[in-house]
Every structure is written in C-alpha cells, then in structure tokens.
Design a protein around this ligand. Structure first.
Ligand SMILES: Cc1cc2nc3c(=O)[nH]c(=O)nc-3n(C[C@H](O)[C@H](O)[C@H](O)COP(=O)(O)OP(=O)(O)OC[C@H]3O[C@@H](n4cnc5c(N)ncnc54)[C@H](O)[C@@H]3O)c2cc1C
Length: 472
C-alpha cells in the first residue's frame, strides 16, 4: 500500500476543518492514541496526526481530503479494544470520535435511542436509565464508545438472553471512505429491503465506513435480578452444568465461568470479597424476571440442577450491592492479569463443546507448562484464555520459564484447537491486526475473497483502517 505523507499543507487543511485545538501532532500528545487496551508497548504505532471532528459533515470533509491524497485513516472510539483495531499501523490520521458525544434522543414511544457515535457506554447507560429504559449488552469496559461497540459487534456477559450489540442496532449514519454520508435503516424494527448494508457495517471494525450516529433499540428493564455464585471442585464440572440449565429451558441473562485462582487475584486488586472461596471453579449466573417469586423459582431450579451436577454450594445474591461486588470482580479479571499477560484470546465454539474445548486448553497448559487462566461466557461458548508469561504461586508472580519460545507455539495450538471444535477466532473482540494471521485458519478462502471484494467496493483506495482483518 503506497500512502502519501502528511505534509504542512494537509495539516493546514485539517486545521481549517476542525480548528487548531482539535488536532494533535506532538508525540507526547499522541501517545495515548498509538495503542488500544491490549498490550500497549508491543503494538504501539504512532499516527502522524490525531483529528477530532464534531460532526458527520466534518468527518465527511476529512475523508474527502484523505481519499484525494491517499492518506490512511484509522477511526478510534474509546480505545478499549483488545485486538489493536484502532491502532494506526500505517500512521496517517487517527480520527478520534471523542467530541461526538451527545445522546440525541431517547424515544420512549418507539423504544429507541438516537446517539452520536462517540458517546461512552457509561454515558449511554446513564441517559437511558434516566428514562427508565434498558440496553442489555454490557461489554466489560464502560469507556468503550457506542461507535466502537457497533464497529466490533461487541458482546459481553449479558448476551446469553438478549444477544449481542448487532441485535440492537436499527439505524446508522455512516461516512463512507469517499466522504459520502449514508443513512442505513432507522427507527424500524423490520427491514427486508435489499441487502442489509446496516448489518454489514456492524462488526466491520472501521474498515468500511465511519459510524457517526446510531439508532439503538431499548427494552423495559427487568424488574428483578438475582446473581448466583456456584462453586465446583473442577472447571469441567462447572462448565458441563451449563447445557443442563439450558436444556431445562432456563435462559439466564448471563452465565460466566471463572477459576478460583483468578478470582482471588482480582479480589486482592480491588479489595473486594467474592461471596465464597470453596472449590476450584465457579459459575456466575444472572437471572432476571418480572417479580421476586418468578426469579426465586428460577434460582431454585438452577440450584437443583447444579447440586445434582456436583456443585459444592449455591449462593444467591439478591441485594444490589452484593450483586455489584460480584460483577465488579468478574469485570476486573482482565485488569488483574494484565501485567503478566501476553495476550487474551477470544475463541468461540458451539456452546455444547465448551467443556471439551476448555479441557483441551488445560492439556495445552500441561504440555507447555505455561499458565493459561481461562474464563468467559459459558452459555455463549465464548472462551477468554489469557496466555501468561508468569504464574501466581503463594501470593507471588513467578515467571514461566521459556515463555518467549513457547508463546507462539501455545498460541497456534490454542487456535488449532478452536478450529478442531468448529469455532471461530473471535466471538466479540474482533480481528484487528493482532488476530488477522488466523483468519485463514477459520474461514474458507472464498469467504475471505468475497470480504476483500466488499472492502474494495466501499474503499477502492484502501484508506480506511488499513492493515486490519485481512492477512497481508
Ligand atoms: C476490561 C475489558 C473488558 C472487556 N470486556 C468485553 C466484553 O465483555 N465483550 C466485548 O465484546 N468486548 C469487551 N472488551 C473489549 C472492548 O471494550 C470492545 O471491543 C469495544 O467494542 C471497543 O470499543 P471502543 O470504543 O473502545 O473501540 P476502539 O478500541 O477505539 O476501536 C475498536 C474498533 O472499532 C473501530 N471504531 C471505533 N469507533 C468507530 C466508529 N465510530 N466508526 C467506525 N469504526 C470505529 C476502530 O477502528 C477499531 O477497529 C473489553 C475490554 C476491556 C478493556
């Protein structure tokens, strides 16, 4: 890819478009835009300039300019991504959406919200809760932007019952790489009107267009939520209980599996206490319903199934504060592991295969003697394995000998195992540039060829988020 360099003249044009204070060019100012949440130093790439537009019209002018001069443009949301998606691997322009941060409307009659793409999840939840409404998807970091979670088709713990972000996106305003602005869908619950460009845009990781505004469907909030913590003496016992719960036609809002060791490391980080310390592994379930009796009846059914499957106990948290503590600990496992983590994987397998897949992960752990703490969304089949350069023993981190040599081998073995279990490389984090070498492993050549044709149709000069998704 031959891109032009950004010279003084281009900088002046950008400055004219968004104003001097909305452009960053000094290295120290751009450092925060050179990486995402994943492994900062290893994957950092500096842009030549960070540009912060405030409207779709400004985005359109920036893309017209970039298209004319063949400049790479990398859209950036909250920078919470875990696969280097917003990292400007070819330099050029980072288009930061942070100033497009207004929730435009919460339309209670249509149960829809219209929002700019740069609104954080935190602010979005706040705005819709104030109107007594509910947006179910909850990817773990509320600093993510609405545009970012749409561009990644994010999931999170609550996807079991309500689905992933895609299910809630009904309309998008998108600026295409040539600067044209298109409006896809709207406040519509249904559409059978030609190919769905809307759904093509969801999960396109900033490679087809810049999302500037979204129309998102909402639900009334569940009246009652209980969180259950269920300890088991082994991870495989814990996970293999999940299909039984589903077979009994109980669909929890969330079903997570966790290892005790990662829970205790996270407790120490947060100075918070998980409700129980028995066993090697735990399930964490969130059940919801319209009244206490309904949810308690579900909890009792789950208790019966779990005890029959060898659970050591079943703890039911109904108070909000206790539920929040449990959720906080679950949401911070990533952070507790991060300092000694080489990578977090996001392989997804059919949910009935999850126990076998996780057992296979542990066989790889044994074989290579490298710690692979594994947890994730048990009822979605979405497994997060951390590849660690150290393990935690007697309150101390100790380096895994030979991790430098073993890392690529373990990485390959885990992905090969995902393929063996009919999985995919990413269930929710996206491909970015960190996982693009595995696209070939998981998708047929014909599919990749079709995706490349789609990319070419949208972005013939390949200026938008180059170096992502496709193996070079
Ligand atoms: C602690 C932690 C927990 C997490 N838990 C989950 C989880 O449970 N589930 C889950 O799915 N993810 C999770 N994530 C990952 C991350 O939060 C999601 O991938 C999220 O979707 C990223 O959003 P962002 O705004 O930060 O995007 P960024 O990281 O800024 O960018 C991600 C991608 O979106 C593109 N993009 C951003 N904005 C736009 C736009 N307006 N238009 C077009 N493209 C755009 C970027 O170019 C890039 O390709 C977690 C991350 C952390 C740190």
């Amino acid at each position: 890819m031959a891109f032009a360099t950004i010279d003084k003249k281009i900088l002046q044009e950008l400055e004219k478009l968004v104003g001097e204070k909305n452009i960053l060019v000094r290295k120290e100012d751009m450092a925060a835009y050179s990486h995402d949440e994943f492994s900062s130093e290893d994957i950092a790439h500096f842009p030549d300039v960070v540009v912060k537009p405030e409207s779709a019209e400004q985005v359109s002018c920036i893309l017209k300019l970039a298209n004319e001069y063949t400049l790479p443009v990398t859209p950036r949301g909250g920078g919470t991504g875990l696969c280097g998606g917003c990292v400007p691997v070819h330099g050029g322009i980072v288009l930061s959406m942070e100033r497009m941060n207004k929730v435009i409307e919460v339309d209670a009659e249509n149960l829809m919200a219209v929002t700019q793409a740069g609104v954080t999840l935190h602010d979005f939840y706040k705005a819709i809760h104030a109107c007594g409404l509910f947006f179910p998807p909850h990817p773990g970091d509320e600093g993510a932007h609405i545009g970012g979670v749409i561009a990644n088709n994010a999931g999170g713990a609550r996807a079991v019952k309500y689905g992933v972000v895609r299910n809630f996106v009904h309309g998008l305003e998108v600026v295409l790489p040539d600067g044209d602005i298109v409006h896809l869908g709207g406040k519509l619950m249904k559409s059978s009107t030609g190919y769905s460009l809307l759904h093509l845009m969801v999960g396109s990781e900033g490679t087809l267009g810049i999302i500037t505004q979204a129309t998102i469907s909402l639900l009334p909030p569940p009246a009652v939520m209980y969180t259950l913590v269920i300890p088991f003496d082994s991870l495989s016992k814990a996970i293999s209980t999940v299909p039984d719960i589903l077979r009994n036609k109980i669909i929890p809002m969330a079903v997570e599996f966790l290892e005790s060791k990662t829970i205790s490391i996270t407790e120490a980080l947060l100075h918070k206490t998980w409700p129980c310390h028995e066993g090697e592994a735990h399930l964490m379930l969130i059940l919801d319903g319209s009244n206490e009796d309904e949810v308690m009846a579900l909890a009792e059914q789950v208790q019966e199934i779990a005890m029959a499957r060898g659970a050591l106990d079943v703890l039911i948290a109904s108070e909000k504060s206790k539920q929040q503590t449990i959720l906080d600990i679950r949401s911070h496992i990533y952070e507790a592991m991060r300092a000694y983590m080489l990578e977090i994987l996001d392989i997804t397998v059919p949910r009935a295969s999850i126990a076998d897949f996780v057992n296979a992960v542990h066989r790889i752990e044994e074989e290579y003697q490298i710690w692979l703490p594994t947890y994730g969304h048990a009822a979605d089949g979405n497994v997060h394995t951390h590849i660690m350069k150290a393990h935690f023993e007697k309150g101390e981190w100790k380096e895994n000998p030979g991790w430098q040599r073993k890392y690529p081998q373990v990485r390959k073995a885990l992905h090969d195992m995902g393929k063996k279990y009919s999985g995919l490389v990413s269930g929710e984090h996206g491909v970015g540039f960190v996982k693009k070498e595995y696209l070939d492993t998981f998708l047929e050549q014909k599919q990749i060829a079709l995706m490349k044709e789609i990319k070419k149709a949208f972005d013939p000069r390949s200026i938008l988020n180059p170096g992502k998704i496709f193996p070079s």
